[in-house]
Design a binder for this molecule. Structure first.
Ligand code: C2E
Ligand code: MG
Ligand code: MG
Ligand code: MG
Length: 288
């Protein structure tokens, strides 16, 4: 493509690229320090059952406020970690925050509230994600059934490279969700290949579906697919009461979005558990 853009154009592109690379490099440098100093955080966003009243799981989302560049988007952060050779350190850090949340939930009696962790295909391909995760859960005495892995298909080839590790996790009892379904890459074949338990409808199909017939038809189709293949369907990106009502009327089993609950620091989530989820079962509490 560069050949056709001509000289001037190329310089412009070059300048933009230079700035982005510069920012990338600063983030790479800052990242190991941020990890060491605890400047990196993991926030959690609730996912609700059909009624929209009770949370069934929490999605872990990494957060980094860079002293100069402000909030770094998670995909940029993951990319910077890869460039800096910190992929495994970052994954271990996030896993640790996830496990801490799982332990806190259990000590409060919320035994059935699970936590979902995003793992990119690149991370999955590069490091022994399955061994790391199963090892940590075992060491902490946490059951595999309370953890879920969300994976996004980014290119057609991804799935083959990560299939073995995902299957190992799945066989051990960890649930697998195919994220961002319907965003352009996700395929029906991968749902089967990955033995996914869940499919998350990309928010580009969900946000504003009340006003968009084409979106509603696509969401309806994914809901049908879920019933046919015995997959749990989650709609993400619910921003309004209208869209929530539309999805409820369509029979969508799981819901996530700013209208229902924003990503929040772990402490804030733990403080609002009583309103997020059904009260803990007193019998279970006694047994814990
Ligand atoms: P995702 O897994 O699809 O996560 C959902 C994203 O949508 C999150 O953005 C969340 O804050 C946002 N979101 C949730 N509800 C709404 C809504 O109603 N409206 C809108 N507009 N947005 C909503 P976030 O945290 O910026 O993460 C972006 C992506 O980065 C994630 O997409 C995920 O693919 C990746 N990511 C986030 N955290 C991690 C992580 O710890 N590890 C890895 N590998 N990837 C991560
Ligand atoms: Mg996700
Ligand atoms: Mg998603
Ligand atoms: Mg996404």
């Amino acid at each position: 493509a560069a050949k056709h853009t001509g000289r001037n154009h190329f310089r412009l592109f070059d300048e933009g690229l230079r700035k982005r690379l510069e920012m990338r490099r600063e983030c790479e440098r800052g990242l190991s320090q941020a990890l060491a100093e605890g400047a990196l955080k993991v926030w959690f966003q609730p996912i609700f059952g059909c009624g929209g009243r009770s949370a069934t799981s929490l999605e872990a989302l990494v957060r980094w406020h860079h002293p100069v560049h402000g909030w770094v988007s998670p995909p940029d952060l993951i990319a910077a970690a890869a460039m800096a050779g910190l992929t495994e350190s970052l994954l271990r850090f996030i896993l640790e925050q996830v496990c801490t949340m799982l332990c806190a939930l259990r000590s409060r009696g919320f035994h059935t509230l699970s936590v979902a962790m995003n793992v990119s295909p690149r991370e999955m391909a590069q490091i022994p994600v399955d061994e790391i995760i199963l090892g940590r859960l075992r060491a902490l005495g946490l059951p595999t059934t309370v953890l879920e892995i969300e994976i996004t298909e980014e290119t057609a080839l991804d799935i083959e490279a990560v299939q073995g590790k995902l299957l190992a996790l799945s066989r051990a009892g960890i649930r697998v969700a195919l994220d961002d379904f319907g965003n352009g890459y996700s395929s029906l074949a991968s749902l089967r290949q990955l033995r996914a338990d869940r499919v998350k409808i990309d928010r580009s199909l969900v946000t504003g579906l009340t006003e968009a017939e084409d979106k509603r038809e696509l969401v309806q189709a994914v809901l049908g697919l879920g019933r046919a293949l015995d997959l749990e369907v989650v709609a993400e990106g619910i921003e309004t009461a209208d869209d929530l009502a539309t999805l409820q009327a369509m029979g969508c089993p799981f819901m996530q979005g700013f209208h229902l609950g924003r990503p929040q620091p772990a402490d804030d989530i733990l403080d609002s558990l009583e309103t997020l989820s059904d009260r803990p079962d007193p019998v279970r509490l006694r047994g814990a």
